[in-house]
Design a protein around this ligand. Structure first.
Ligand code: ARG
Length: 463
């Protein structure tokens, strides 16, 4: 049997394989809410413009409300023969209200319909992600505040570099996530134009009011060019690229969590809630949630590159290739949402081992820069000379197997006679972090200030 929604000129139905490759209902049923909202806005506009009667519009609207409740109640029967969500909804509407249902598709096409539905879906999802990212920022802020003065080693090249505070380290992620939210919001603002009424590709001869449907669906305005409207998937690409960057950040956090809770580091402990055991090694506590957060970033980035590749060769306007936009976007944004929730859970769960962190912070001559800075500030050496003198003291310390603050004054004075015992003031890791008060530096006082400033930003929603 040919498809009754478009089968007028078709003598036979599709080959089974054709039906299989063509049907999108298995995944695009996720758009049912947006599809029905779009149709209700469309038919209300058609009635207002005198294109359909108010009676028919009322019947269509009531029928669509009924379809919505059937889908939400789980009683709706989706059919692959009807290809996609648009035709499944319309067919059920016809069953419910009869031939008047056929008037709904006046002055529109599935091309502008799907573009509208998908935009609405991406917009809703961006709003949910923004909320989840805010929750993650709150989790980080709580932990950072509690550990504003907890000292840990800061790394470059994963080599111990200078002591930092754990709070400062966590606040770095608050900044990253703030930018991620900004990227999603930028994408949302550009997305927020309504393609509905662009019809198949050329617009329509009916006297429709695209501004009215745009407004009814919460869009800022209608899109300006009908060809662009039905062939543009930038909004999905932008959401996926914002998602990829956010996931990349959370993957870095996950990687740090994996490193921090490894036995040689022992910086943090994750509870049983976020670890799993090994089936053979009884001592193991594996940070699986962090590992999976790291791994899911791969498929999120994959979704972005996949859709870019789908789009890159398409002539204007719509092509069925574009049906392949949905699954990767659904999967990637759902994955991101899971990764965000797991990250927030782990951040709230993690307990740092302050002693282990501090011990590691003092290793690797991490206060050597403090010593060089002291030589500049107190002795008045040029920094290059101070760097050289400090290097010699570090070498002497290494030779004697001592940390910097345990090197005897006499040894230091043997290298430069101008050094006094006041130098010991700057050699402890606590002194080191406390002294880093430059704007954006790691000092505990800075961390507390940054936490306060971010809490205010979150409260006022001024990112
Ligand atoms: N299921 C289709 C999609 O997701 C809807 C648009 C179909 N348009 C068409 N001309 N066949 O892209």
């Amino acid at each position: 049997m040919s498809n009754r929604m478009w089968g007028g000129r078709f003598a036979t139905g599709p080959d089974a394989i054709m039906a299989e490759i063509n049907a999108s209902i298995d995944f695009d049923k996720a758009l049912y809410r947006q599809d029905i909202a779009g149709s209700r806005a469309h038919v209300a506009m058609l009635a207002k413009q005198g294109i359909v009667s108010f009676e028919d519009a009322a019947a269509i609207d009531a029928g669509l409300a009924q379809v919505l409740s059937e889908i939400e109640a789980g009683t709706f029967v989706f059919s692959r023969e009807l290809e996609d969500i648009h035709m499944n909804v319309e067919k059920r509407l016809a069953d419910l209200i009869g031939p008047a249902a056929g008037r709904l598709h006046t002055a529109r096409s599935r091309n502008d319909q799907v573009a509208t539905d998908f935009r609405l879906w991406v917009r809703d999802t961006i709003d949910e992600l923004d909320h989840a990212l805010k929750d993650l920022q709150e989790a980080l802020l709580e932990k950072a505040e509690a550990h504003a003065a907890t000292v840990m080693p800061g790394f470059t090249h994963l080599q111990t570099a200078q002591p930092v505070t754990f709070g400062h380290h966590l606040m770095a992620y608050v900044e990253m996530i703030g930018r991620d939210r900004g990227r999603f919001r930028d994408a949302r603002a550009r997305l927020n134009e309504c393609p509905l009424g662009s019809a198949a590709l050329a617009g329509t001869s009916f006297p429709i009011d695209r501004f009215a449907t745009a407004e009814a669906l919460g869009f800022a305005r209608p899109t300006a060019n009908s060809l662009d409207s039905v062939s543009d998937r930038d909004f999905a690409l932008e959401a996926l690229s914002a998602a990829s960057v956010a996931a990349m950040h959370l993957s870095r956090l996950a990687e740090e969590i994996v490193i921090w809770c490894s036995a040689p580091f022992g910086f943090i402990r994750l509870s049983d809630r976020f670890t799993t055991g090994s089936s053979i090694m009884p001592q193991k506590r594996n940070p699986d949630a962090a590992e999976l957060a790291r791994a899911k970033t791969g498929r999120i980035i994959g979704a972005l590159t996949g859709l870019l590749i789908v789009m890159k060769g398409l002539p204007l306007a719509y092509a069925k290739d574009m049906q392949e936009d949905k699954e990767p976007a659904f999967d990637a944004l759902a994955s991101l949402s899971l990764v965000i929730a797991a990250s927030a859970g782990m951040v709230r769960d993690m307990e740092p081992d302050a002693r282990a962190m501090k011990k590691a912070a003092g290793g690797g001559y991490s206060t050597a820069t403090d010593l060089a800075d002291w030589l500049v500030r107190v002795v008045g050496m040029p920094f290059r000379e101070a760097h050289h003198v400090t290097g010699r003291i570090v070498a002497a310390a290494a030779e004697a197997g001592l940390p910097l603050e345990k090197v005897p004054l006499a040894t230091m004075q043997g290298i430069d006679a101008r050094i006094t015992d006041a130098v010991f003031d700057v050699l402890s890791v606590d002194r080191s972090v406390k002294s880093r008060t430059s704007y954006g530096g790691t000092a505990p006082a800075n961390v507390r200030k940054a936490v306060k400033a971010w809490k205010r930003k979150l409260e006022k929603d001024t990112l």
